[in-house]
Write a protein that binds this ligand. Structure first.
Ligand SMILES: [Zn+2]
Length: 328
């Protein structure tokens, strides 16, 4: 056994030893059997009368599982230390949530699967009003961009987003896809094409069709924002009689306005502080209120069409030739 034992998952009076990769976990079989029908069946298999010496640890017959030690440790922590893992102030990493969903399904542990699903649905909601996030660049190399959800239920990096899309597809969670594609489209194309790495350094790839969805969807979003946002931010409210507002020249966007717009285009579900600062400089309350209402209406419209922008309803079959150019 090469890896150091996780003291939190090594109970001296435990009665089973699970080994994932090279890592042993000494835990209580009774609790595991109660939580998981699959483990109940595994643990019910009678042990050989003359066990191989090499397969014993602390005098207990070893049970090998095919999971990674990291995945198994997330699940065992959730089972044996759930009060801590699911505490309000604990923010699970995306890898932990992913492990709970995948192994929760595999070992038939509905509580873990439901917990993971619920966390993902909170971060990738159906309603725009529930979608609250910001991004933050890590100060030190390798300069990951973190997605900061509000509340911060899952710790996630931009590089994790392809993994969210793959999970949503594999585990029948289509409601996650519009917002997951939106965030994933913020990745640079080279990261989409070459794959990203999860926190353990394993490569994550999107299927080519989903890479195309990200790239095309991003282009559409940017275009829509570049067309719509100046119109909204320059608009004079119906009925505004302010002379200043109605002098058209006053509303010509400067070069600086345009470069700000282009810089931030495609991120209009974020906090939009740059655009709000523009509104706040507007003296006329009537026009300012009007702009804010128009902006909110635009975001709601855009949100409701995300599925179309990322072609999520398109049938996957029949356009293989379109992808042949991307084969290397
Ligand atoms: Zn006005």
């Amino acid at each position: 056994m090469s890896r150091a034992v996780d003291a939190g998952l090594w109970f001296n009076d435990g009665n089973i030893v699970l080994v994932a990769e090279d890592t042993p976990f000494k835990v209580y079989g009774g609790l595991l059997s109660q939580k998981s029908e699959v483990f109940r069946d595994i643990l019910a298999i009678p042990q050989p009368a003359t066990p191989d010496e090499a397969e014993l640890m602390d005098g207990i017959h070893i049970i090998h599982v095919s999971d990674t030690w990291r995945d198994l440790s997330h699940v065992l922590h959730a089972i044996y230390h759930g009060f801590r893992v699911f505490a309000v102030d604990q923010h699970l990493s995306f890898l932990a949530v992913s492990a709970l969903l995948r192994l929760g399904q595999k070992y038939e542990i509905p509580e873990l699967k439901e917990a993971a699903t619920s966390l993902l649905k909170s971060c990738f909601p159906e309603r725009l009003a529930d979608f609250k996030y910001d991004t933050k660049l890590q100060d030190d190399p390798p300069y990951y961009r973190y997605i900061i959800f509000d509340p911060p239920l899952i710790r996630m990096r931009l590089e994790d987003l392809p993994g969210v899309i793959n999970l949503a597809r594999a585990y029948g969670l289509p409601s996650l896809l519009p917002s997951a594609f939106y965030l994933c489209s913020l990745l640079e194309v080279k990261h989409l094409m070459n794959g990203t790495r999860d926190h353990d350094g394993n490569k994550i790839f999107l299927p080519k069709k989903d890479i195309i969805r990200c790239v095309n969807g991003r282009a559409t979003l940017v275009m829509k924002e570049i067309i719509e946002l100046p119109r909204i931010s320059l608009r004079v409210a119906d009925g505004c009689e302010s002379e200043a507002c109605n002098v058209a020249d006053m509303f010509q966007p400067t070069d600086n306005d345009w470069s700000t717009l282009v810089k931030y285009a495609g991120t209009c579900f974020q906090d939009l502080s740059w655009l709000k600062a523009h509104f706040e400089s507007e003296d006329c309350l009537q026009c300012r209120t009007n702009m804010e209402e128009e902006l909110n209406a635009f975001r709601v419209r855009l949100w409701s069409t995300l599925g179309g922008i990322f072609l999520l309803d398109d049938d996957d079959d029949g356009d293989e030739e379109d992808l042949s150019l991307m084969d290397d």
